[in-house]
Write a protein that binds this ligand. Sequence first.
Ligand code: SAM
Length: 279
Amino acid sequence: MSRDEKKVKPPDACELTPITSVANAEVKLLRSLHQRKYRRKTGWFLAEGMRICIEALQLGYAPIRIVYAAGREAEPGLSTLIAACQKSGGRVLPVTEHLLTRISRKDNAQMVIGAFVQKWTKIDEINACLSSAGCWIALDRVRDPGNLGTILRTADAAAAAGVILIDDCTDPYSVEAVRASMGSVFNVCLAQATAAEFSNFCQIWQGSVIGTALPASIDYRQADWSGPLILLMGNEQAGLSEEMMGLCTQLVRLPMKGRSDSLNLAVATGICLYEMLKV
Ligand code: SAM
């Protein structure tokens, strides 16, 4: 090893002094990632738990910060994460268990929390990254992070290509959405568009656009689910806007047999995606 390489060799994780104060600048930075404005400013987000951080690494996301309970360096997986973080120029932060709870803002916090860089696909790149039978899910103003995370998880399970967030949506990189996605946020492409951009995109889109709406007359089981297609889902309260409905090549409904007048957004998305998988 040359003298220069020796100079930049990062410290062994177990040589690091554990951080104990919530006023530490790194702890403050990580805690700020609970707020959208700081996720926007930094382009970072938090993911909790060893399994999810290791999966992220396997999917090509090197952590820029790894925070963990000091003394746990020997736990399986942690040394891999620490090495990957240091190799990519990130920082490794052993902290007290109390501080882990303060960073995750959750009782029974995971022993490991990673900070990662967000990845967004440009809407005009979508045609290029779509396989011929692929499916994108477009969400019109989705507001609930639990719904969005669950949709990401379901999209991943159904091998959908990605999710397009139209207009003012909840952030897929919020801690709540990432938790609900169970790590699928790392494996599903994400794009953002205004209603006007999405409308323009639909003009050049080569596949179909299947919208779901309560007033639709076609039963979802009668629709043509052959791809490529965009599955367009509406807002939790207001449903699909008139403008969005106007973009659909097919508008379908899921039968409501009982007293309830609609399905939960994530449940309706899952039913449609699995109907699509039958084709
Ligand atoms: N009150 C809203 C409405 O009038 O559309 C209900 C919205 S629903 C909770 C959220 C979204 O899930 C809808 O916009 C639609 O995309 C989908 N959805 C839920 N139940 C559905 C059903 N029975 N038929 C078609 N789409 C449904």
